[in-house]
Design a protein around this ligand. Sequence first.
Ligand SMILES: [Zn+2]
Length: 293
Amino acid sequence: MPELPEVETVLRGLAPVLLGRRITKLEARRPDLRFPLPERFGERLVGQKIVGLERRAKYLIVALSGGEDLVMHLGMTGRFTIQQGAERETPGEYAHGTGANPAHDHVVLHLSGGTRVIYNDPRRFGFMVMMPHAERSDHALFRDLGVEPLGAELTAEYLASRARGKKVNLKAFLMDQRIVAGLGNIYVSEALFRAGLSPDRSASSLADRRGAATERAKLLVPAIRDVLGHAIDAGGSTLRDYRDANGASGAFQNKFAVYDRVGRICAKPGCGGEIRRAVHAGRASFYCPRCQR
Ligand SMILES: [Zn+2]
């Protein structure tokens, strides 16, 4: 499943193609993905100019000149291909080691200038919805989302205020989309390793008795930013390498310190601990029991 860095990579790949273009035609080759496609989908898109493109959590949001937003989620296997003349390019490709089967090309946006943006999704867990831009923050998909992990709102004080008195462990706390939006399993494990914090530690330890941020909260914020920034810099191709390698050694594994590294020796110089796997709220956590406390 694509996590935030992969979605950000897709966004950066799509931005130069989409921004400022007009949608000239829509091909919706089936009525639904995970949910039905928007009503009168073509009518609402064709003729609209694309005036903005942004990411919120793992949603890609296309702002249209008429005041509506097209909100897209890649689900498990969604991806975009950009076709300009005979050339094809897939920004942030990660989900398939080989070329996409055109049978799963479900939605095609034709843009002014002749470019086509093709949405392919074999498992169809992705979706597209439309809503007025002005109502987006109140929409069910967005209203309960926590802060962006790369935004200025993520501070040690914010984490402390949300963690104070919480009875959950740090892993569950950071996976909670109402606290930090868009953080998933891989990057929570990696951020906790960087911060030297155990996934089992109580989230309440991010705040002191008066509710102020502890040293742990102050370590966690840069750890989250660093691990996401590093993954974005590496591009979505890191996950493609992972899929291709299929368990064999590959570039992807080398980029991560704990994720999927059970039994390996901890990467922290001088630690010597052995990476372990544990299950928290049904999801695997990877951590070093020696240097993560
Ligand atoms: Zn260690």
